[in-house]
Design a protein around this ligand. Structure first.
Ligand code: GDP
Ligand code: MG
Length: 850
């Protein structure tokens, strides 16, 4: 490396000798004359000084520029020795050039340099890629560009023109500068300055490049020369070094960031319904993970909640595992169930379960009454049996379990279910009335269920009794009496006189002996739901018929879509019992909801299993119901479009499930092609505000069967003028629905509640029995009007007042806000919190029909 004089250096740089000397002085060099020799070391020192004082700037031959202007002040010593401060605009540029271009430049700098600049259009990706590949990316040192006139060009020149010292800059730049102010670099620079800033993407790519460089610098530090340079000594050397290092690092990169091991993909069997915790366990992940995943999918579930198969499969896949859908029903299959058929072989003889069927008013209830020696019929609203009851009757011949299914057509659904858990059907036919539609239905049901019939021709005591006619009519339906060569026992009975009842019981026992009815006495119980309702104090109450095994208190049972532990169990007489064997009807507490009449009941070993199956069934039922409701809501529109069809929307609430189901099916049966009754929503319990608002939204009439509207609902009904009707006789609802559909009856309230009193306390009076100390909370309570006793908005008794007193005086009427003592005739079960409502039947303007 040759040494130059100050003069030569100044010429090379294109600056005046004085200016150069000044700068050298500032840099701490002692040169004073133009002919003094500047060594390589001194050049470095000068360069370092300039760099320090001006900060970094970029200066390079080709392409792309990230230009950043920075204004600073520079203290300068003028030619006359005066100090002055000038503003310096520092422009930072970074350039990345293609390796190809660079290599061309290096060996043949003179020709290559002008081509080095990469066109503006070159995509940043190409540049970045190239850089990543093998080539150079170099952020060049700062290039000061003083705006002050005197130093305009000099500093620019100094840096590149410090040959043959290790070039601080890219060769392109170096050479370009060597070739003079009109070099490619200059042109590029001009272009750069005229160019608007590059878009962000470019900048980012470049920043990335810069980052690599930064990362690489320590690795290439061996190629550094002296302090003050943050660039390698020679670009060519630097390039090579860096290329190697870069590719090495890139290679390492690949390995370094690869996952340590392949993720374990588990294959998980997903049943139709699975608890979140259980799923997590199968996946060997924390349940929180599963919950989080579900949340991302928009499903909120807790550890103990069950999710359906579809959701579970999605969650499993989301977690990167493989889901295998378990075969349908496998949930239920996992239950250890002793099927009655299998059990029967090993079982012991059991009492027959008998269902009484027949047309309405043919005397079913009366007959059962007589048999039970109790008077159920008198307490019944409208004289119709409304709920399924179940009773065991001890006769001299043995025990018989009776299911008292109501005879009205509305109970078709329940009756069909009743037949399923029945061994024998007693078909009651009134001797004076003969075979009627429901008689025929009963025959069909019994036949469908494969249950033998025993015909009881009732009301034989009546003068107009004509048993031969009944015999005849029945034979036409292929129910042929033994005396006529058939296989059906016929008996003449009277529920009033008791005539023939003993023979009827004998016939039942005989029939059951023929059936050889057996059931296991021990082992887990299996049975069927007869009835269920919610009791506000006690929760869900279900009447079950144990069909096999022993149901014990404390057993975990699954009943349809409900489950629970049997908390309390009583027999038909209300006696608490610990265990119930085959053919025993019991009332139990402890279920988590109301199962449907006819639902299977199973004792399950494991509460978790019970919950899983119940949850699964629930989900299934819910989606079915939603589909149904969506259909119901859509229908009215369809019908309006059709124009002709008359649609009656109904919100139906009932006191117990049995009545509800019966009403639903009966109402659905009423619908014809011209007119349709659509149950918008239905349920067990009082009429809630939700029910009322739904009725309002869908223009529905609200039917309360033995239930009342809650306070909130009443307000809404009043405000919106909704049509609310209370009923206690199923006939009446069906009649009204028919009439509404026929357009004969415009919606009107038929019953007017005059007043309501709330029971605060109950006293025992020697003269009147139980007296309810009441507060009149609505309207006026009148003595000579029919009343109902309500508990939790459900009618529990209908009748009349025995007494109405205020301060020991009999009164005819007690007004709102006053206290009174009320005695209900023939009813002693009034409790504090009950309501006594006094009502009056209002004449409805029926212009057509009746
Ligand atoms: P259900 O609708 O089939 O339950 O019939 P009920 O038991 O409610 O009886 C209907 C009506 O028939 C009631 O008025 C009974 O008093 C009457 N009844 C029932 N059985 C007899 C009977 O054997 N003889 C007479 N004369 N009347 C009866
Ligand atoms: Mg009845």
């Amino acid at each position: 490396m040759s040494e130059v004089t100050v003069e030569q250096l100044a010429a090379d740089v294109g600056a005046t000798v004085e200016r150069l000397l000044t700068q050298m002085k500032e840099a701490g060099l002692e040169h004073e004359k133009p002919d003094q020799v500047v060594t390589d070391e001194e050049k470095q020192q000068l360069l370092a000084f300039l760099k320090r004082s001006h900060g970094e700037s970029a200066d390079e031959p080709a392409q792309i520029t990230l230009k950043r202007k920075r204004l600073s002040t520079l203290k300068m010593t003028g030619t006359q020795g005066r100090n002055k401060t000038v503003n310096v605009e520092v422009r930072k540029k970074r350039t990345y050039i293609k390796r190809g271009a660079l290599e061309e430049v290096a060996p043949q700098p003179e020709e290559a340099a002008p081509e080095a600049p990469v066109e503006e259009g070159t995509s940043p990706e190409t540049v970045a890629e190239t850089a990543a590949d093998t080539a150079v990316e170099s952020a060049t040192p700062a290039q000061p560009e003083p705006v002050s006139e005197p130093s305009e060009e000099k500093p620019k020149k100094i840096i590149p023109d410090l040959p043959p010292a290790p070039a601080p800059d890219a060769p392109g730049g170096e050479h370009a500068h060597r070739r003079g102010p009109k070099g490619a670099h200059e042109k590029q620079k001009e272009r750069d300055e005229a160019r608007p800033k590059r878009p962000g993407a470019v900048r980012r790519e470049r920043d990335k490049g810069a980052k690599w460089q930064k990362d690489l610098d320590p690795l290439s530090s061996s190629s550094r020369v002296g302090p003050g340079f943050d660039q390698p000594v020679s670009v060519r050397r630097g390039t090579v070094t860096r290329t190697k290092v870069l590719s090495k690092v890139m290679g390492q990169d690949k390995h370094g960031f690869a996952r340590p091991t392949a993720p374990t993909v588990r294959e998980v069997e997903v049943p139709e319904s699975i608890q979140v915790g259980e799923l997590a366990q199968r996946l060997s992940v924390k349940s929180g993970e599963v919950i989080k995943t579900l949340m991302k999918m928009g499903v909120m579930a807790t550890v103990n909640q069950s999710i359906d198969q579809d959701t579970a499969v999605l969650a499993v896949e989301e977690l990167g595992h493989k889901a295998v859908q378990a075969a349908p029903q496998s949930v239920e299959d996992t239950l250890a169930v002793v099927r009655p058929a299998e059990a029967e072989a090993a079982g012991e003889p059991r009492a027959p379960v008998v269902t009484v069927m027949g047309h309405v008013d043919h005397g079913k209830t009366s007959l059962l009454d007589y048999i039970r020696k109790s008077r159920v019929a008198t307490g019944e609203a409208g004289g119709i049996t409304q709920h399924i009851g179940a009773y065991r009757v001890k006769t001299e011949k043995g025990e018989i379990t009776f299911l008292d299914t109501p005879g009205h057509a509305a109970f078709t659904a329940m009756r069909a279910r009743g037949a399923k858990c029945t061994d024998i059907v007693i078909l009651v036919v009134a001797a004076d009335d003969g075979v009627m539609p429901q008689t025929e239905e009963a025959i069909l049901h019994a036949r469908a269920a494969g249950v033998p019939l025993v015909v009881a021709i009732n009301k034989i005591d009546r003068e107009d009794a004509d048993p031969e006619r009944v015999r005849n009519e029945l034979s036409q339906r292929e129910v042929i009496s033994e005396d006529w060569g058939g296989d059906t026992q016929f008996l003449h009975v009277s529920a009033h006189t008791g005539q023939g009842v003993e023979e009827l019981l004998d016939a039942i026992v005989l029939q059951s002996e023929l059936l050889e009815l057996k059931a296991p006495v021990e082992g887990p119980a299996q049975g069927v739901v007869i009835e269920s309702r919610v009791d506000k104090g006690r929760g869900p109450v279900a009447t079950l018929l144990v069909q096999g095994g022993a149901l014990n208190r404390g057993d975990v049972i699954l009943a349809g879509a409900c489950f629970g532990r049997v908390r309390a169990m009583q027999d038909e007489d209300g006696q608490q019992i610990q265990s119930a064997g085959p053919s025993t009807p019991v009332e139990i507490l402890g279920l988590n909801g109301c199962p449907e009449a006819g639902d299977d009941v199973l004792v399950v070993e494991d509460e978790r299993k019970a919950r899983e199956v119940a949850d699964f069934r629930n989900t299934r039922d819910r989606s079915e119901k939603m589909a149904q409701q969506a259909g119901a809501k859509m229908d009215p529109f369809a019908m309006l479009a059709a124009g002709e069809k008359r649609v009656l929307n109904i919100v139906l609430k009932a006191d117990v499930r049995g009545s509800l189901e019966a009403l639903q099916s009966a109402i659905n049966d009423i619908s014809t092609d011209e007119a349709e009754a659509v149950i918008v929503t239905s349920g067990v319990g009082g009429i809630s505000e939700t029910d009322a608002s739904l009725a309002h939204a869908s223009g529905a009439v609200i039917f309360g069967f033995n239930v009342r509207a809650e306070a909130g609902a009443r307000k809404l009904i009043e405000k919106e003028g909704l049509d609310l009707r209370y009923y206690s006789v199923i006939y009446d609802i069906l009649d009204d629905v028919k009439k509404m559909l026929e357009g004969m009856l415009d919606p009107e309230i038929r019953e007017e509640i005059i007043g309501t009193a709330e029971v605060r306390d109950v006293f025992r009076s020697p003269k009147y029995g139980n007296i309810a100390g009441c507060m009149v909370i609505e309207g006026n309570v009148k003595r000579n009007q029919p009343i109902r006793v309500l508990r939790d908005d459900v009618v529990i008794y209908e009748g009349e007042l025995e007494s109405l007193r205020r301060f020991k005086e009999d009164v005819g009427e007690v007004r709102n806000g006053m206290e009174c003592g009320i005695g209900v005739k023939n009813y002693n079960d009034v409790k504090p919190g009950d309501k006594i409502e006094v009502y009056r039947s209002v004449e409805v303007a029926r212009t057509l029909g009746d």
